[in-house]
Design a protein around this ligand. Sequence first.
Ligand code: 6GU
Length: 252
Amino acid sequence: MTKQYDVITLFPEMFDAIADSGITRRALDEKAWALKCWNPRDFTSDKHRTVDDRPFGGGPGMVMKAEPLNAAIDAGIQRQKNDGVDKPKVVYLTPQAKPITDEGIRQLCEESGLIFLCGRYEGIDERLIQSRVDIEISIGDYVLSGGELAAMVLIDAMVRLLPGVLNTADSATEDSFSPTRGGLLDHPHYTRPEVWNGLEVPQELMSGNHAGIAKWRKRVAMERTLSRRPDLLEAALKNAVLDQSDLKILSA
Ligand code: 6GU
């Protein structure tokens, strides 16, 4: 069924980036997912529509006030209820969390509905997080100006895994990190012309020998993983998705 995603954000127009282009747009048209943004500014009651205030204890920057976010979350939960999602989890995007992995994306993808809470400024009043947030997620060890890009990263990564979103030709089962690829990085890709800028396509790919091509791709994927992400190769061996006979391909 249609995945329901609501987003609490001061910048709803940023989400046009995933709603209006590419695979995520097509999947939205096909109702693989639905998106509704809520602006906490629309849940204020003062003349200036204030969403932030100075931090208790002093210090630089501003903090997002709890109440406008609280009311916006309620609106998202109510909308999901109307569309058949009973208790959507609230996800807070923050660099103060554990960075998500492919496995985390696949778990999140199982939820029928999610509410993404995007912070700006120095952060959000901790009591709102304590009271309303179920999951905190980071997308890596660097700091973004707000949670919006991180929420879009998560939504993009999830939507492409939904059944029927990618055609068989560009199936997600062959992506880097996919468990069906044994936790290896993807192999390189080539298309016409056969020679470009003086560079030839590897002969193995031109042979028409499907077993030979598969073997070449696996070897190059393993070499790439060894040189760029030895940590992934080690994990693949530990999880027994690769074994010593696979390693022999590397030295061959
Ligand atoms: Cl989820 N939010 C922000 N603001 N910065 C980040 C992040 C999230 N993940 C990595 N950096």
